[in-house]
Design a protein around this ligand. Structure first.
Ligand code: ATP
Ligand code: MG
Length: 638
């Protein structure tokens, strides 16, 4: 192996390992073995091949020595040619075995990445919403990418280099000692000079590299945040572009300086190492030549020793880095296992059942609920905080009961932060209650299968999220097999067919991240179309708080009437038209239901609802729904 390449390799392994040093447990090792078990045949073959290849590598220098001895000793031409032929055969064999070993190790490593990735992905997908509200997406994605790859390194690179190098090292030493113990010992004395600085420089470089990584990460977060549609809008409206640029440039300059420093430190190091090994080679020639002149050593042995020496230093440098490399791979494994160990708080029971057939009622029975504390749902490293919040979430809902009869509509009204969205999220079991029960069709949601909850309940959230994908795919999320006709039917009923048909790409139009290419009202109607396509028996609707213009408002209203037709529904209402249509209105304040009844009855009672009506709904009505005011609302006309 080329001396310089080896030096670089050792340097990099030291660097990688400097990132994170934590003790790891025997249990971690056992789990790694479990992960490797399906690949054990390939692993065994790989180890055999590495050993054979390493052994072959030692033979060539010895044969080369024989050739020189043959020339010096005046052997027959045939013998020399035979030796040369043997060297050629070994080279061919080495190449072939090398290819085979690489195929095996690549298969092993990539197979392991595949296993780990799919396992982690499946696991993360099962995590409750609470987990995602806590973690930073970037940290999670890096766990899925970088750490999985780090863990894989342990298998493909480290394993092959460690096994191969140990065999090479031992055989080389044995052969060298048998050729000349004096020269071998002197060559070994130079070793510390070779290996020790690697660690010091490694630490130094690791520090530099960590600083650069921090700056890079900061620049990355800034870019993703500032260059998203909402972020860029905010900067245009309130930001100071010159200041932003200056701050960015300062970091970028620091990264440049670190880059130059790193390059120089690395070059000094590699140059020094190359020099030391060249000096060791000089010792072999000098001392070996001296001994040969005295008749203590064959000329061929000097050639063999010189060639072996290069093969001694190569595995030594590699092994000096291997320890740290193994450590860093283990840490990666641990970080992956850490995610796998997070128990999903919400899991389907083994004997879970489906929602009963037919129209269903939904019911809250003395429900108490507080959002789970961070330490229950997340990892400090994923939240990018030093330690997790252990404060139990304050109770948000305090013993709440109500029932929506089959086909009826219940409207929730109340001040901001009263707990309305929280109530909505408990229905599809995005969270579990602390006490009491939420029932759908008379069955506790905790006893239902996740599939049947998904099929029965449809929810439109306050923000109406859309994936960065075509309108078609965003709709099909609700009904994967939906045909063209079904899609257009849903769009028509959501009063969106005209708009989509007028787009140049129609259903294939890609709505940007979070659906930013649509207006608020259009986005809302698209999420309603998605709901119509899903045809759930129960609809949960968290009306957007943003006020829409008159046309949008009317269109959304029509779409909603279609969506709620004949279905059991729980609607968080911010508009008078919705509240008026409700069979039952619940006024929620501070996590309690303070009033309940129909619009007329509540208005007549003159309590909190009447107050809300005056401050919230009536204003909306005068601005938004003037056109359809009717004489059936005498109290509304003031
Ligand atoms: N993920 C969460 N973790 C912890 N607390 C939360 C979480 N989401 C909401 N809360 C808190 O729960 C309370 C109720 O919030 P909720 O979203 O249910 O209010 P809301 O009635 O829907 O208000 P709005 O009308 O403004 O949408 C608030 O005090 C809020 O701060
Ligand atoms: Mg809300």
């Amino acid at each position: 192996m080329d001396m310089e390449v080896t030096a670089w390799h050792s340097l990099h392994s030291t660097l990688n390992a400097q990132r994170d040093r934590r003790p790891f447990s025997r249990a971690t090792l056992r789990r790694i073995v479990a992960f490797a078990r399906p690949h054990r045949r390939a692993l065994a073959w790989f180890l055999v091949l590495s050993t054979v290849t390493a052994a072959l590598a030692v033979v060539t220098p010895v044969l080369a020595g024989r050739v020189v001895d043959g020339i010096v000793g005046g052997a027959a031409a045939g013998t020399v040619l035979k030796l040369a032929g043997l060297i050629a055969a070994i080279a061919v064999a080495e190449a072939g075995l090398g290819l085979l070993a690489r195929r095996l190790s690549a298969g092993l490593g990539e197979g392991l990445i595949l296993d780990l990735r799919t396992t982690v992905y499946d696991h993360v997908q099962r995590m409750p919403v609470a987990f995602f509200t806590r973690t930073r997406t970037g940290a999670l994605v890096s766990r899925l990418n970088n750490d999985v790859i780090g863990a894989q390194r342990a298998f493909s690179d480290t394993l092959s280099s460690v096994v191969g190098n140990i065999v090479t090292l031992l055989l080389t030493l044995v052969v060298m000692l048998s050729l000349s113990w004096q020269i071998t010992l002197i060559a070994l004395v130079l070793l510390p000079v070779f290996v020790l600085p690697a660690r010091r420089v490694g630490r130094r470089l690791a520090g530099l590299r960590r600083e650069a990584a921090d700056h890079n990460a900061a620049m990355g977060t800034r870019m993703t945040e500032r260059f998203s549609a909402p972020g860029a809008t905010l900067i245009k409206l309130f930001g100071r572009p010159a200041h932003e640029s200056a701050e960015f440039a300062a970091r970028a300059r620091r990264v440049r300086d670190i880059g130059v420093r790193t390059a120089m430190v690395q070059t000094y190091f590699v140059t020094a190492l190359t020099l030391v090994s060249a000096l060791a080679l000089a010792v072999v020639y000098g001392l070996g030549g001296f001994l040969a002149l005295r008749g203590h050593l064959e000329a061929g042995s000097i050639v063999s020793l010189a060639l072996l020496l290069t093969r001694l230093y190569a595995p030594l440098t590699a092994l000096s880095g291997a320890h740290t490399e193994v450590m860093s791979a283990l840490v990666s494994f641990e970080r992956v296992f850490e995610v796998l160990d997070l128990k999903p708080l919400i899991e389907e029971k083994p004997d879970a059942r489906a929602v009963p057939e037919g129209p269903v009622a939904v019911e809250f029975d003395s429900v108490r609920f507080g959002y789970p504390s961070a330490d229950k749902v997340s990892l400090a490293s994923l939240e990018e905080v030093a330690s997790l919040d252990t404060r139990g979430g304050a109770e948000v809902l305090h013993g709440l009961s109500f029932r929506a009869e089959p086909g009826h509509m219940v409207a929730l009204v109340g001040s901001s932060g009263a707990g309305k969205s929280t109530i909505a999220q408990l229905l599809p079991r995005l969270y579990d209650v602390d006490a009491g029960a939420v029932r759908v069709g008379g069955v506790d949601v905790r006893d239902l299968t996740a599939d049947s909850i998904r099929d029965t309940l449809g929810m439109v959230t306050q923000d109406g999220h859309l994936f960065h994908d075509t309108i078609r795919e965003n709709l099909r999320l609700a009904r994967p097999g939906a045909g063209e006709d079904e899609l257009w039917d849903a769009l028509r009923r959501a009063r969106l067919d005209g708009l989509i048909a007028s787009l140049p790409d129609g259903l294939d139009t890609v709505v940007g991240e979070r659906g930013y290419r649509l207006s608020g009202g259009e986005r809302q109607r698209l999420t309603i179309a998605r709901l119509l396509l899903a045809r759930p028996r129960v609809v949960i609707l968290d009306e957007a708080t943003a006020h829409l213009d008159n046309t949008s408002e009317a269109a959304v209203q029509e779409a909603l009437t279609e969506a709620l037709e004949g279905r059991t529904s729980v609607v968080i209402a911010h508009r008078l038209s919705t509240v008026r249509a409700a069979d039952l209105i619940l006024v929620v304040e501070d996590g309690r239901i303070v009033e309940r009844g129909t619009h007329d009855a509540l208005l007549a009672a003159g309590g909190r609802y009447e107050e809300l009506y005056r401050t919230q709904f009536e204003q909306a009505e005068t601005s938004g729904e003037r056109a359809d005011r009717t004489a059936t609302e005498p109290t509304a006309a003031r």
